[in-house]
Design a protein around this ligand. Structure first.
Ligand SMILES: [Zn+2]
Length: 116
């Protein structure tokens, strides 16, 4: 049962599965994926976080990658974090991504752990 995940109209089982799968592909310690949806709920693209050790830079967040690529075409971003076992963990967008999303009029939704 995934009724809890269907609170939002866009949060379908297919999107959830896709987000989890994508997050698991990340090589980072914190595996995070983001899926961008347009105003009709169609998937524009998905991204995962990429760790960078360049001077002064942390990792670039998956949601930031999406916003850089699709900009205001995105209406909703779904973010997901998994642990090494592939289980969903709680995640919230950081201040920077949140501010950028607000600026672009994008709503960020996090995938919640099942059974909470
Ligand atoms: Zn961020």
């Amino acid at each position: 049962m995934y009724n809890r995940c269907l609170k939002d109209e866009h949060m379908t089982k297919a999107i959830r599965d896709r987000a989890i799968k994508k997050a698991n592909q990340s090589a980072c310690r914190y595996k995070v994926s983001a899926i961008g949806l347009d105003k009709k709920g169609n998937m524009l693209g998905c991204a995962m976080n990429i760790q960078r050790f360049s001077r002064g830079g942390g990792s670039r967040h998956a949601e930031m990658n999406l916003m850089a690529q699709y900009g205001t075409n995105i209406k909703t971003i779904i973010i997901c974090r998994t642990n090494r076992a592939g289980d969903v963990c709680a995640i919230d967008p950081c201040q920077t991504c949140k501010a950028k999303a607000d600026e672009l009029g994008i709503k960020i939704i996090s995938i919640q752990k099942e059974g909470n």
